[in-house]
Structures are given as structure tokens and as C-alpha cells.
Design a protein around this ligand. Structure first.
Ligand code: FAD
Length: 377
């Protein structure tokens, strides 16, 4: 869109599910001309536009519809086999158009600072936008997380993160170690093992995941989200709501288990020039069936599927961190920063799911309306 104006009442940072939901409800509450939305991605779709091509709507956990207009209706078709990386951006783009939601992109927000009676967001091109309120909805995609393991810099093979994955074809004839216990780790391990010609796969993580053969109940889902909510209300760093809901034992996973693809190893303790090493950790030794001796595994690729963190570095000048290492959140849905209630974080903690992002967006619009003295219905 056109350049953002120099001032707005509500600055929405991001243009994914959470941001669009907030904007939709701001329009509903009569505040359609009192916000600006800035997103540094090139097109609609939030982080979905960057997902790997083999991730389909069916293999994504479930992409929840945006408020007011569902994906099937918007695209005029119902096809679970569509790649999420094209279907979701297509859907979000049509959604923005239908409801007249303006997203300025690509506009990068470098830093947000307090000013006398509000905020100043410094943009990538050196200009800035001031606002009374900040609704941050920047997701996690831009903050891939790799744990620190000694020796990582010495490794001569390739290291990559989920964030950088494109296709199994990249791993032809390679020995690939997949690290992680979440849904991405499992899906990509199986994909590489099954479809990369000549590849040999290995898998390890800190804890062996538990696969639920019973479908996850809504009560368990709510409890998992509530646990993350309690953490952020206490100022602790959020854990992933997607990871705490556990993994379902799908037919693909059951088959992979049967075929020996999901042979789990504990986390290695060191990285070497040619692979990874388990030092004489009793648990590792036992799992490897060779008590005592350090064990080495030569690999060509270490593929980190070790998750993401909140992409909120641009908020650092606001000094929101609590002593517990997280940001203490408050409000009905824990979207409000306790230390400065003019700032809301969406897609952070309990709302880091597509359905959570929707709800948080509505709540953010309601809170913004209240602060601006407008009644929200
Ligand atoms: P995003 O979609 O990440 O949008 C954030 C936007 O902010 C992006 O467009 C980004 O460009 C922009 N941005 C970031 N920083 C800046 C900045 N400094 N300046 C300007 N713009 C910025 N959830 C589910 O419910 N179901 C699933 O199946 C599911 N699958 C997932 C699969 C993967 C691989 C991952 C990583 C996550 C998945 N999630 C899933 C969680 C998912 O990320 C959320 O559910 C939801 O899509 C996040 O929406 P969002 O609006 O918070 O963030």
C-alpha cells in the first residue's frame, strides 16, 4: 500500500492472522480510519507465505478461518491438499480486499520507543510513525530458535532450521540428523526419510515425544492454553501452545514407527567437525546400549526443528521484560502488557495459534476502543 501517514491512533505491527483480526474488529467498532497496519513481508498471508511447499492445509494442524469470512468461501473451493504457502496468502489477500483492510507493506518496524504521550515506531527507511496505542502482532517466524550446543561453529556440514527448509530433494544421498520433538520435526523427518532419494535419517530431541492415540479433547486443549496463559500472567517466557497440545498418532506416524523411521535418540552433547557426539551421559549411554563410551554419529546435515521465539526485538527500547524473563501480561485474554496497558501483544503466549490470534485480535480492538473512549459492540 501507500506510505503510512506520520501519525495514527492505533499502530498495528504485523499483517498476519492476529493483525487482520484486530483490524477487522476495529472496523466493526467504527475505528476503521483510526489505525495503521505495517507488515515487513512482501505480500499477504503473514508467516504462511514462507512455509515450505509440501506443507498443505491438511498437514498444517488446522488453519482457523479469519473472523467473518472463511477460507472455503473466500477461495470458492475446499481442498485440503493445497499448499498452505499459496492458499493462505490467497485467502488473506482476498480478505483484506473484502473488508478494506489496508496493510502497508513491505514496511519494517525497526524499533518502538516511548514519546511524551505515546509511541514512535522507527521504520526501515528511516521515517517514523507516532501512535497513541501499539498492537504488536509480529508472530514468531522471524525468530527461529536453535539451542546452544558446544562445537556448533566447528561443524563442516550444513545446518539449517525449519525456517529455511524448502524440499526433501535438497537432501539427496545425505545423512540427515533431524533435531526436535514437535510436529514440524516429525513431519519433516518422515518426509525426508520417505522421499529424499538415498537419504539416511536420524532423529534426536531432548525428550522423547508422547504420541496420543486418542484424539485430543477440547478440555485438554483449553488446559494446555491455560497453562501458557498462567506463565505469561506471571511474567515467564511463553512456551508454545502448539507444542503443549501434544502430538496425535496419525496413520502416517504409525506407519513411520513401524518402518523404523522414528527411532528416537536423546539429545547429543557436542557437535564436532563431522557430526555429533554423545558424551558419557548415563541416559544416553543406556539408550545407545553401550554404557560408558562416548558415541559419535557422522552426518552431513543437522536440521534444527527446535521452534521459534516471539519476534519482538523491535520492542526492546520499551523495556517490557519482567525479572522472570518474559513480559507480564494482563487483561481478559492476557493481551495487555501489565507495565504499559497502551501496548498489546497478540500471537504471544496463549494466542500463538490461529484460533488464539483471532480471539486476541477481537480483544485488542475492544481494549483499543475503550482506551480511545469509543463503545465497542
Ligand atoms: P504471523 O503469521 O507470523 O504474522 C506476523 C507478521 O508480522 C508477518 O507477516 C511478519 O512479516 C510481520 N512482522 C514481524 N516482525 C515485523 C517487524 N519488525 N516489522 C513489520 N512486520 C513484522 N497454528 C495453528 O493454529 N495451526 C497450525 O497448523 C499452525 N502451523 C504452524 C506451522 C509452523 C511451521 C509454524 C512456525 C507455526 C504454526 N502455527 C500454527 C502457529 C502460527 O504461527 C499461528 O497460529 C499464526 O498463524 C500466527 O499468526 P500471527 O498473526 O500471530 O503471526
Amino acid at each position: 500500500g501507500a506510505q503510512p501517514a506520520p501519525h495514527t491512533d492505533v499502530l498495528i505491527i504485523g499483517g498476519g492472522q492476529a493483525a487482520l483480526s484486530a483490524a477487522y474488529f476495529l472496523h466493526r467498532f467504527g475505528l476503521g480510519d483510526r489505525y495503521q497496519m505495517l507488515d515487513h513481508a512482501p505480500g499477504p498471508g503473514g508467516a504462511w507465505q514462507f512455509r515450505w511447499p509440501t506443507l498443505t492445509l491438511a498437514t498444517a494442524n488446522r488453519v482457523h478461518d479469519l473472523p467473518g469470512w472463511g477460507l472455503v468461501e473466500a477461495l470458492g473451493l475446499d481442498c485440503d491438499e493445497l499448499p498452505a504457502a499459496t492458499a493462505v496468502p490467497d485467502y488473506f489477500g482476498r480478505y483484506e480486499e473484502k473488508f478494506g483492510l489496508t496493510v502497508h507493506r513491505p514496511v519494517h518496524v525497526r524499533a518502538v520507543r516511548r514519546e511524551a504521550d505515546g509511541f514512535r515506531a522507527e521504520l526501515g527507511d528511516g521515517s517514523s510513525v507516532t501512535s497513541n496505542l501499539v498492537v504488536n502482532a509480529t508472530g514468531t517466524w522471524d525468530r527461529p530458535f536453535i539451542p546452544h550446543i558446544p562445537g556448533a561453529a566447528d561443524f563442516r556440514g550444513r545446518q539449517l532450521h525449519t525456517h529455511d527448509y524448502t524440499s526433501p530433494g535438497e537432501f539427496e544421498n545425505q545423512r540427515v540428523l533431524v533435531v526436535g520433538a514437535g510436529i514440524s520435526a516429525i513431519q519433516l523427518l518422515i518426509e525426508i526419510a520417505r522421499t529424499a532419494p538415498g537419504a539416511e535419517t536420524f532423529w534426536c530431541s531432548r525428550r522423547e515425544p508422547v504420541f496420543n492415540s486418542e484424539p485430543f479433547t477440547p478440555e485438554q486443549g483449553r488446559e494446555a492454553v491455560a497453562r501458557v496463559e498462567r506463565r505469561v500472567r506471571a511474567g515467564l517466557p511463553p512456551t508454545s501452545v502448539v507444542s503443549v497440545t501434544g502430538l496425535a498418532l496419525t496413520p502416517a506416524i504409525a506407519a513411520a514407527k513401524r518402518d523404523g523411521i522414528l527411532e528416537w535418540r536423546p539429545m547429543f552433547t557436542r557437535i564436532t567437525e563431522t557430526g555429533v557426539c554423545w558424551d558419557c551421559d548415563a541416559r544416553a549411554a543406556e539408550a545407545l546400549g553401550r554404557p560408558g563410551a562416548p558415541e559419535h554419529l557422522d552426518v552431513d546435515v543437522i536440521f534444527w526443528n527446535t521452534g521459534f521465539r516471539s519476534a519482538i526485538d523491535h520492542l526492546a527500547p520499551l523495556r517490557l521484560r519482567a525479572p522472570g524473563g518474559g513480559i507480564t501480561m494482563t487483561g481478559r485474554l492476557a493481551t495487555v502488557v501489565e507495565a504499559d496497558p497502551r501496548i498489546q501483544l497478540l500471537g504471544y503466549g496463549p494466542s500463538a495459534s490461529t484460533i488464539g490470534a483471532n480471539r486476541a485480535g477481537r480483544e485488542a480492538a475492544r481494549v483499543a476502543a475503550e482506551l480511545l473512549g469509543v463503545s465497542a459492540r
